[in-house]
Design a protein around this ligand. Structure first.
Ligand SMILES: [Zn+2]
Length: 255
């Protein structure tokens, strides 16, 4: 998930407790799904790497699906840059494994979905922003919902995906829901970077939480130690704590 483009140590980032405290002292409004739901609704999830679709939207996907929406996952890369110089995870094995992990995770959510692979290079999405935009432009219709990483998530691939999604959503008059992913770790409540004034919260039901946790557990390539390089898991327990909360938070601009 993390490319070599920006050095960052997740273990030094923000603890989930800090966000939990922030949302307790200053509650954020509930996300009103009635605004979006209509017959024939399509929900698009823009996933720079296999796992972002679940980390950012594992709960939203289940809820939208229950409300009758169909889901399209736009898998921008196969996540082949997550383990550089690893004997345990050569490139081709990563491509195959991470794709399989994503499919299994999505199946765990018990939703019907279509997963489209764009086969773009992991770690170089800023150079392919126009390709992302044109793929989304072909797929997104007026009043669809587009869920994408936050434009200032702190990872160049996520930010490029977020910008493309925002442009296309505006052009198509679709609804954009931005989800922080690395942002929960890299930003902090007192830094004022997150636009919490336009944050909305979806409380997850116990079954939705359970399925999301089960889906996250499918990403073994990201949650296990790399024995060949000695590197710790990319999704450490500190990072994963942000995605075990009983709610999801998105940023939403009204049309
Ligand atoms: Zn990612």
């Amino acid at each position: 998930m993390v490319s070599v483009m920006r050095k960052f140590k997740p273990e030094e980032g923000t603890d989930e407790e800090a966000w939990a405290t922030r949302f307790k002292t200053t509650p954020i409004a509930a996300l009103d799904l009635e605004v979006f739901v209509r017959r024939g609704l399509t929900v698009h999830v823009v996933a720079p790497h296999p796992d972002d679709e679940i980390l950012g939207a594992g709960g939203l996907l289940q809820r939208f699906s229950r409300l009758g929406a169909r889901a399209i996952i736009h898998a921008l890369t196969d996540g082949e840059a997550s383990h550089p110089n690893s004997a345990m995870w050569p490139r081709l094995k990563l491509i195959q494994t991470r794709r399989e992990e994503s499919l299994e995770a999505l199946r765990t959510l018990k939703i019907s979905f279509e997963r489209r692979r764009l086969l773009l290079p992991d770690g170089a999405l800023p150079e392919h922003e126009s390709t992302i935009s044109s793929a989304l432009r072909d797929a997104v219709s007026e009043n669809d919902v587009v869920i994408a990483p936050w434009r200032f998530d702190g990872h160049p691939d996520h930010e490029a995906a977020g910008r493309a999604a925002r442009d296309v959503a505006a052009e198509r008059r679709a609804h954009l829901l931005e989800t922080p992913i690395w942002g929960w770790n890299r930003s902090a409540p007192n830094q004022g970077e997150m636009p919490l004034d336009r944050a909305r919260r979806l409380d997850l039901e116990p079954e939705e939480q359970r399925r999301k946790a089960e889906a996250i557990a499918r990403f073994r390539s990201q949650t296990d130690y790399d024995l060949s390089t000695g590197r710790p898991p990319i999704l450490s327990s500190k990072v994963l704590a942000h995605f075990r909360r009983p709610y999801e938070v998105v940023f939403h601009d009204q049309l």
